[in-house]
Design a protein around this ligand. Sequence first.
Ligand code: NOJ
Length: 750
Amino acid sequence: MIKFGKPLSMCLCLLAVWACVPKAAKEGDKETENRVEALLAKMTLQEKIGQMNQMNYSGNVEEIAGLIKEGKIGSLLNLTDPELVNKLHEIALKESRLKIPVLISRDVIHGYKTIFPIPLGQAATFNPEIVEQGARIAAVEASSDGIRWTFAPMVDLSRDPRWGRIAESFGEDPLMNAVMGEAMIRGFQGEKLSDPSAIAACAKHFVGYGAAEAGKDYNSTFIPERLLRNVYFPPFEAAAKAKCATFMVSFNDNDGVPSTGNSFILKDILRDEWKYDGMVVTDWASATEMIAHGFCKDRKQAAAIAVNAGVNMEMVSGAFIESLEALVDEKKVSITTIDDAVRNILRLKFRLGLFENPYVATPQAVKYTEVHLEKAKETAEQSAILLKNADNVLPLSEKVRTIAVVGPMADAPHDQLGTWCFDGEKNQTQTPLNALRKLYGDKIRVIYEPGLMYSRDNNKAAFHKAIAAARQADVVVAFVGEESILSGEAHSLADLSLRGAQSDLITALAQTGKPLVTVVMAGRPLTIGKEVDESAAVLYMFHPGTMGGPAIADLLFGKAVPSGKTPVTFPKMVGQVPVYYAHNRTGRAPTGEETLIDNIPLEAGQTSLGCTSFHMDAGFGPLFPFGYGLSYTAFAYSNLKLSAAKLNTRDTLTVRFELANTGKYTGVEIVQLYVRDHVGSVTRPVKELKGFQRVSLEPGEHKTLIFTLPIENLAFWNRDMKKVVEPGDFTLWVGTNSEEGLSADFEVIE
Ligand code: NOJ
C-alpha cells in the first residue's frame, strides 16, 4: 500500500479543493484563492457560519462589538458612521481570533449623498457612460463613510408600471437592463475592487421579481424557462460576465419555487452555466419568508433549503447562525456546502482589500462636490423626455416675461429625490422653483402658486390663486407627478392616473387659455393621456434627484435640449398592462382602422371575421411607445444600407444610414436598431432592440452612422431549449423609437 507523507496528502487535499473552485476564480487570481484556502483551513465551523451571517446595524454597539469579537458577523448592513465603522474594524482585526474584517453594506441605489435620477430616469438617457459615472460618484461618496458593498444594480426588467419598484429598474427591455447594469457595476466597482473607493456591486433580484402578479410587490411569478432565458436572464448573465461581485436572490416564487430555495437558478444557471465565482446573498429575511410562502415548515428547514440551493450569506433573519451547526451535525447540510459558501465570502473580502486595510480615512470632503453636482445635473438633463411640444412652445422664448409656477412638485425637495435614497438630504436638493428664481429670476418674473400642497392633495381651496397666477403670466408651468413614497419597494398601485386633484388642476390651468407646459416628476409611467391633450408641452422626468431643479430650468429655457427616450412603454390605461414593445406575434395582430367601443353600432351582431387582439376601449397601441422622445430640433433618417443581404451565422452585418439635424438647435438623437426574426421554431417578438447610440448634431449637420450587428446576437433559446440563430428572413429598423424607422430585409443562411 502506498503511504503518503503529510505534505503530499495536504497537497492532494488542496488539489481536490482547487478542483471545486469555479473556473473563473481559478484563472482570475491564484494568490487570492491560496489565501482563501489557508484561512478556511483555520476556521471552526462556528466561525464559518459566522461569516455567512449578515446583521442589520441595530444601534447597540456593545452587542455588535461582542458578536464581531466572537466571529459571528460576516457583514453589517446600514451603518454609515465612519468613526464607528473604523472602531468595529479595529475590534475585528485586533480582538477576533482570525482577524476577519466585516463587510459594511448599504443600499446605495442612485447616489449616496448627491442623488442622481432614479434608475428608470438613468435608463431614459440611453447613455451607459453617464450611468457609469454616476455610480462611480456614488461609490466615492459612500466609501468615504466606510461602505464597501451596495445592493445595486437592480436589473429586474419590468413590463408593469403598477409595480412600485419599476422606479428602480432600467425599464422593460433586456438589452437596456444588461447594458445599464454593466455600466453601474463598472462605476461602483471601479478599476479594481481593492481600490478604497470601490464598492462591491450586487445584481438583484435573481430572478423574475419585476414580473410580480398584478404588479404587487413580492408576489408570485410564472415565467417559463424559455422566457427566463430569452428575457429575464440576459441582464443577470451580463452582470456575471461584468464580474459583479455579488448577486441577491429575489423574494418571489416562480412557478411555485421561491428563488431563495431554487437550485436551478443558483447552481445550474449561475454557477454551472455562467461560471460565476461571486457571492450570493438572500434578500431581507427571504430565507425565513419561505415559511410564509408555505415552502418550508420552520427556520431550520428554511436555512437548510437556502444553503443547499446555493445561497452563501443570509441577510438579517438569523436562521443560518442559529441552525447550520445542527444541520451539519445531522448531515442535512454538508461541510463542503458550507466551505463553498465561505470561500465566496472570503474571496470577496480579499478582493476588496479589506484584510490589508479596512479602515476609512476621515474626514473626507468628497460629498456634494461641484463635479458631483454638475454630473447629477447633466444626468437629469439627459433623462428628460419631451413627450409633446405643440407649436414649439418650448423652449420658452425671450418674449416670455412672466411665468406662473404651479403644482405640488414645483418645490418638493424630498419628493424629487425619488425612492431608495436613504442618505440624500432634502436641504441639499435644488427644486425647479429655486432654480428658476436663481438662474432666470433676473430676466423673468416668477409667480409661484402651488394650488395643491402635495401630489395626493384633494383640497382645491387654493386653485383660485393658481388660476389667478396663470392669468397674469405669459406661460404656465405646472409641476405634477408622484411623491417619492408612491413608488419603490412595496409601493405598488392599481391606478396610474395623477393622484389627488392634480388632474383637475391641469384642466383648470388649461382653461385659462394660457400656454400650459406640464412637467411630470414620477417614479413610473403614469396614464396621463388627458393631461397630455390639455397641455401644450409635456416634459417627463422620472424623479430627477438633487439637481433636478437646475436641469429642468435649463431645459425649459433651451440652455439644454431634451434627448431622453422612454425606457418603458407608457400605457393609455392600466388595463393595457402588461404593454411592451417586444411582445410576441399573435395570430391576429391588429390591422387597419381601430374600431373603438363608441363606434360599435347598437345590437351589432357578433362575427369572428376580422377580429384582432386589442382592447375596444384603449385601441391598438400605448400612449407612448418604448424609445419615444422628442427634441427641440428635428432629425431626418435616410439612406439605409446593409453590408449584405445574405449572411451566415458567423458574419457581422454592417448597417449604415444617414442622420441629419434639420431643425434649429444642436441636439442629441438616440438612434435605435430593432430586428424582427420572421419565422422561428417558437413564436418570436415583433421586434427586439439590438443597439442604440446617442448622436449629437448641430443644426444642418448630418452624419453617416454605423451599427455593427454580429449575427450571433440574433440567437435565442429555441424549441429545443438551445441558444441558436435560426436561419431565415429578418427585418431591421433604424429609427427614433420602437414604432418608427427605416427598414430593410436580410436573410441568414446556414
Ligand atoms: C429588501 C430589498 O428587496 C432589497 O432590494 C434591498 O437591497 C434589501 N431590502 C436591503 O435593504
